[in-house]
Design a protein around this ligand. Structure first.
Ligand code: MD3
Ligand code: FE
Length: 204
């Protein structure tokens, strides 16, 4: 892996094409049961441009009431689909055999033109556990900095099959997605990108 900064490890091409296709099939199966929803900003209700769903016992949601993890889909109220075995295997391989299993598998869908502003992930009760990201489809221009918003940032291109592990000093790094580059992958069909992030939410 490449260490972009302390605690931020990048595996370009971690998933080969067959593994990407298999994982995309798992995403499609999950979305048939738990369709993409449009999260909105706490208080203002302003919609996000990224659409989302989740795998696993807990899913991240956001609406006027706030950001939180909950066990059911905000629209259908059905429990989230199970975490696919391939995601659990990737977590074990990269976070380590001793890491407690992930509880939340957030699915982010970016159409071209979609961005995600610079933010920290701090809605998890266990902020000591790592976060693992897997990218499928079109390349994203991803930006990461330090634990303070004013810290300098660097930008990398996350391509289909890439894995990124955030732990230790990078767990509270500010990060975001500046843009999606359409036409950079043939995996999905329509232009766009799925990002899957696996997280531990509660202390083990
Ligand atoms: C750095 N997702 O879901 S993945 C998110 O591409 C999120 O969809 C982006 O930021 C995406 O919250 C970035 C890479 C990533 C994920 C979690 C992190 C980077 C991170 C947590 C802490 C620091
Ligand atoms: Fe994030």
């Amino acid at each position: 892996a490449l260490e972009l900064q302390p605690g931020c490890l990048w595996w370009p091409g971690f998933l080969d094409r067959a593994a990407q296709e298999a994982l995309l099939a798992d995403v499609r199966t999950a979305l048939a049961a738990a369709p993409l929803f449009t999260p909105s900003m706490p208080r203002t209700g302003q919609p996000f441009s990224v659409r989302m769903s989740n795998f696993g016992p807990l899913g991240w949601v956001s609406d006027e009431a706030g950001y939180r993890y909950q066990s059911f889909h905000p629209d259908t109220r059905a429990p989230w689909p199970a975490m696919p075995e391939a995601l659990i295997a990737a977590w074990r391989a990269l976070a380590g055999d001793d890491a407690p299993p992930p509880e939340a598998g957030l699915i982010n869908w970016y159409e071209p033109g979609t961005r995600m502003g610079l933010h920290q992930d701090r809605d998890e009760r266990d902020l000591t556990a790592p976060v693992l990201s897997l990218s499928l489809g079109d390349t994203a221009v991803f930006r990461i900095g330090g634990a303070q918003r004013r810290d300098p940032t660097r930008s990398i291109r996350l391509a289909s099959g890439d894995a990124l592990l955030l732990s230790g000093p990078s767990r509270l790094a500010f990060h975001g997605v500046d843009r999606i580059i359409p036409g950079t992958s043939t995996l999905i069909g329509p232009p766009g990108r799925f990002n899957l992030t696996l997280r531990r939410v509660t202390p083990p």
